[in-house]
Design a protein around this ligand. Structure first.
Ligand SMILES: NC(=O)c1ccc[n+]([C@@H]2O[C@H](COP(=O)([O-])OP(=O)(O)OC[C@H]3O[C@@H](n4cnc5c(N)ncnc54)[C@H](OP(=O)(O)O)[C@@H]3O)[C@@H](O)[C@H]2O)c1
Length: 441
């Protein structure tokens, strides 16, 4: 009979307790599918006596997670404590160093130390699995690492932060301001008390850096990602997007260009009929463009105890079956360095919202400045001050700035920035122009 797989689990919070619950619930099916039983033999958390709402059976409590990670009685160490430093980092390094496979959901740690840890895992011929670190319950890591191994990938993009998608969805559907939606999200527990990491795009950037590594064979480096958050988006932008046939989503995008892999996180206009535009609320989604399959989109829960536990247990199943791949899909030594692609070279369509001063010739001046940069316009809408489209190039009747919305054909970021700087120099607009990149499917 094959010996059971003995698990040491550090972290019994939202995800850790759900992993205990899921292994118990699926005990027989897991044993049948993996060919051996899976048994949690030791656990660690900060507070030994804290009620966890799960049956820990005969699992030993080990106060020090690093000591747990190296115990001779465990085959695999699961890290679900979080945090990019110690004890998570020390415990994972110790487990790998002791020749034990490791499973973690810790994107912050992987974004910072993933490559060094992958090297260690490869040296010791053990697994370092992290399906739960990106997009919670969606099996995107396995899809990239294994499922699409025969494809050449050209682009991967996704909604990787449920908080941001929840806020944008409510802003769009209820015509609310960003600040009001954020307050509501905090009240309902969808946003942290300190929401900056989510709404400023950094959480998405960490996850994107991991996906870009798997998709394009580059080292994980969140510093190579251009990042913009969603706080400048207004209900007017969402309204205009709707009229123009788009929705606004915070996307993480990694794309192969002639000059390297461009990695960027920013509010993005996506066509309303695209798969990603249908994704509402806290749900996550990832679209992969690849030569043999054309495109696939995976949609599902990006967080939550049970959904994330599903991904952790999937990694555990691989260890139980003896399936092991290089953590980032190819040996760490063969990953290329990540370089920050200069955004000035980014090419695509742009949505631009300006406040034109109410003076004859303002719109013509704007059009001239865009033409000087060879920017062609797909559409131009001038609004009444009340917000309704006005059309054409006639100034509105009352005085005060008039919103003008421009949608460009494909151009470069450099051209857009230069044109807008010239427009501002001409003093035909007031305030800061809103610029949102368009991502076509
Ligand atoms: N929650 C999600 O939906 C989700 C989704 C995807 C990925 N993740 C990732 O999963 C990991 C865990 O998240 P979570 O939401 O489950 O966190 P959590 O609810 O805060 O749980 C953290 C657990 O780690 C334990 N812990 C913290 N510091 C420790 C230390 N120094 N020594 C021993 N134990 C320690 C805590 O012990 P006590 O309980 O005794 O305080 C707690 O049981 C994180 O890396 C997170 O980014 C979470």
């Amino acid at each position: 009979m094959v010996a059971s797989l003995k698990v040491g689990l550090a972290g019994l919070g939202t995800v850790g307790a759900s992993v205990v619950r899921l292994i118990e619930r699926q005990r027989e099916a897991l044993a049948a599918r993996c060919g051996r039983a899976i048994e949690i033999v030791a656990v660690s958390a900060r507070a030994k006596e804290k009620p966890r709402g799960v049956d820990l059976g005969s699992a030993r409590f080990v106060a020090d997670p690093v000591a747990l990670a190296t115990q001779s009685g465990i085959d695999v160490f699961i890290e679900l404590m979080g945090g990019e430093g110690d004890p998570a980092k020390g415990a994972i390094s110790a487990a790998l160093g002791a020749g034990k496979s490791v499973i973690t959901a810790n994107k912050a740690l992987l974004a910072r130390h993933g490559i060094a840890l992958a090297r260690l895992a490869e040296e010791r011929h053990v697994a370092l699995n992290f399906e739960a670190a990106v997009a919670g319950g969606i099996p995107i890591v396995k899809t990239l690492r294994e499922g699409l191994v025969g494809n050449k990938l050209s682009r991967i993009y996704g909604i990787l932060n449920g908080t941001c998608n929840y806020i944008l969805t409510r802003m769009e559907q209820e015509k609310l301001a960003f600040a009001d939606c954020l307050k509501d999200a905090q009240r309902l527990g969808y946003a942290e008390a300190d929401p900056g990491f989510d709404v400023d795009g950094h959480d998405t950037a960490q996850k994107l850096a991991i996906l870009a590594s798997l998709a394009f064979g580059i080292e994980v480096d969140p510093n190579a990602v251009y990042v913009e958050g969603i706080s400048s988006i207004t209900p007017e932008d969402l309204d205009a997007a709707d009229e123009l046939g788009y929705r606004i989503k915070l996307l993480g995008v990694a794309v192969a260009t002639e000059t390297g892999i461009e990695q960027r996180v920013h509010p993005t206009m996506v066509p309303k009929d695209s798969a990603i535009a249908q994704v509402m609320g806290v749900t996550n989604a990832v679209t992969v463009d690849a030569d043999a399959i054309h495109a696939i989109t995976l949609v599902g829960p990006g967080a939550g105890g049970m959904a994330t536990a599903s991904a952790v247990v999937s990694d555990l199943g691989d260890v139980a079956r003896g399936v092991r791949t290089a953590p980032f899909g190819r040996p760490a030594a063969r990953l290329e360095k990540s370089e920050k692609a200069p955004m000035q070279r980014h090419e695509g369509g742009y949505y631009i919202r300006l406040l034109a001063v109410d003076r004859p010739g303002s719109a013509a001046t704007i059009a001239t400045r865009l033409a000087e940069q060879q920017i062609s316009l797909e559409s131009i809408v001038q609004r009444h001050r009340g917000g309704r489209p006005h059309g054409g190039d006639n100034p509105a009747s009352a005085s005060g700035p008039v919103p003008v919305i421009l949608v460009t054909y494909a151009t470069t970021e450099d051209a857009v920035r230069k044109a807008l700087a010239a427009v501002q120099g001409d003093k035909v607009t007031s305030g800061t122009p809103q610029v949102i990149r368009i991502e076509k499917n």
